[in-house]
Design a protein around this ligand. Structure first.
Ligand code: ADP
Length: 493
């Protein structure tokens, strides 16, 4: 018999705990979930709160010793001392579009003989279960045995102190799969994430800081050499391979793609996107920011202030180009320039013509820009994460130079940003689609303007100067934005 009163209780329970029912196991204890004696039928609705599974239909199977979950993509990660396993579940049997990814500490590996007599070595995890008013820890093995009608089997050890009434079902009340619609809108479950950093520089400051902060917060972070990834491009099962094997499925990829590897790096990031992995900056946003000319055009279209900038191709237009940006002195920038290399100040019209002629002779594309003299060799780097500026510094050029890049000998110091500057930085990252960005502003007589937006900004100068923990902010952002629920239609965003 279904206990109606209790069903109401279960529904209101999820309402009471509000934002994130699944992370609020403690609150549930406060409101009376504990070691109550219960009787279960041959099938029951269960909640696995720490795995982010609010509702699963389980079948009691007293013929089996340990409980089992039918999962897919079961992949171990972490270290020998601290092993984890990541796996996916389709909690709703007839809706494979809803996938929930879970991770848990591995407590054992065990050989299990399944009902059809097959022996299988399975990962064992330990996690709380809630049935009706009772909550207790159980061991669960993970198995991938095709499409079973029940995603979970409740074995003898989980039911040691619980009476089973095999002729009845759902004695402990009904839950609903509609709860999965709700969790997609709620804050993600705090769980150990499997993070990959795509980088060619495993030992540089930025990489080390990301590893340090991720590990401090109990995540497992792996460094992947972007150039060594190769791609298996197929519609049904896209994969990234590395050293002869497919890479596991990561929860998150942090791309740190250097300018020289933009084309290949974007392809790798795109592939991870196709696999449904959350990429901190998308391939498209990296591409948009790397193409300086396209980035300027996008920023301009969104009315983001920039120094007057012009682009031309034919030598016949050199004069007009220079006058468009206000005549000499003029800044000329090669489109491929990074770290200030390929950025030239032409003090006179003659010098401008000579540089342009040299660039054109080499078939190199460039932009011309008004020279902001009043900046006196300084610019301001704003580090954006999500919708916030999490740190800033002012860089000032060496006395002999007008370029403030630290690589070109510039010096960094702390700086306070105005409200407008913060808004410009956030909007610039936003319109290019970047979650993490270094936005360079130049302070002019008519307000701060954007010089460029960098999709893999370094942490070293910024963290040391601003004394802000930028790496931690990045990991926090990831924690708050990696959902454990995926719908097929959203996968290929
Ligand atoms: P890069 O991508 O190579 O760093 P930038 O456009 O950022 O190229 O230019 C490098 C540096 O040159 C900037 O950090 C700034 O100090 C200086 N600079 C660039 N454009 C101007 C400009 N229009 N007026 C004055 N200084 C500039």
């Amino acid at each position: 018999m279904v206990n109606k009163k209790y069903w109401n209780y279960r529904v209101s329970l999820f309402d009471i705990v509000g934002n994130n029912p699944l992370n609020e196991a403690d609150k549930k204890n406060e409101i009376g979930l504990n070691m109550e004696n219960i009787v279960v039928g041959w099938e029951e609705w269960v909640t696995l709160p720490e795995l982010g599974l609010p509702a699963l239909k389980a079948k009691t199977d007293t013929g089996a010793r340990t409980s089992a979950l039918h999962a897919f993509s079961i992949q171990p990660f972490g270290s020998e001392k601290k092993p984890f396993v990541r796996f996916g579940i389709h909690p709703v049997p007839d809706n494979p579009d809803i996938e929930v990814f879970c991770s848990a500490r591995v407590v054992d590996r065990r050989e299990v003989t399944s009902s059809n007599g097959q022996k299988e070595l399975r990962y064992v995890i330990k996690t709380p279960i809630i049935i009706g008013k009772r909550k207790w820890d159980i061991e669960i093995t993970l198995t991938n045995r095709g499409n079973m009608a029940y995603r979970m089997l409740l074995g003898r050890t989980a039911l040691e102190e619980i009476a089973v009434q095999p002729t009845q079902s759902f004695i402990q009340g009904q839950l609903s799969y509609r709860l999965y619609d709700k969790i997609a809108r709620q804050k993600p479950i705090k769980r150990p994430l499997r993070i990959a950093v795509l980088t060619r520089e495993p030992n540089n400051f930025s990489t080390r800081r990301l590893v340090e902060e991720a590990e401090k917060r109990n995540h497992v972070i792996e460094l992947i050499d972007t150039k060594r990834c190769y791609l298996n491009i197929q519609s049904h099962n896209p994969e990234v391979h590395y050293d002869g094997k497919p890479l596991p499925v990561f929860d998150v990829v942090i791309p740190r793609i250097g300018a020289s590897l933009t084309f290949y790096g974007m392809a790798v990031v795109r592939q991870f996107e196709a696999m449904g992995t959350f990429c901190l900056n998308s391939a498209a946003s990296i591409g948009a920011s790397r193409d300086k000319l396209a980035a300027h055009q996008i920023l301009a279209r969104h009315r983001i202030p920039m120094p007057t900038t012009a682009f031309a191709n034919s030598p016949k237009d050199t004069n007009s180009l220079l006058s468009l940006v206000g005549g000499a002195p003029t800044v000329l920038k090669l489109l491929q320039s990074t770290q200030g290399r390929g950025v030239v100040l032409a003090e006179t019209k003659k010098a401008g013509e000579a540089v342009i002629s040299a660039f054109q002779g080499l078939d190199a594309h460039f932009i011309a820009q008004e020279f902001v003299k009043e900046a006196a060799g300084s610019d301001v780097r704003c580090f954006v994460v999500g919708k916030k500026v999490v740190g800033a510094m002012m860089r000032t050029a060496d006395a002999e130079d007008f370029r403030s890049n630290l690589h070109a000998g510039g010096k960094a110091k702390r700086v306070a940003l105005s409200k407008e500057e913060k808004a410009i930085a956030i909007r610039s990252a936003n319109v290019l689609g970047l979650t993490v960005a270094g936005v360079d502003l130049i302070r002019t007589e008519t307000g701060s303007k954007v010089l460029e937006v960098n999709s893999s900004p370094g942490l070293e100068g910024l963290e040391k100067t601003s004394r802000k923990n930028v790496a931690e902010k990045i990991i926090e952002y990831i924690e708050n934005n990696v959902s454990s629920t995926v719908r097929q239609s959203r996968k290929t965003r």
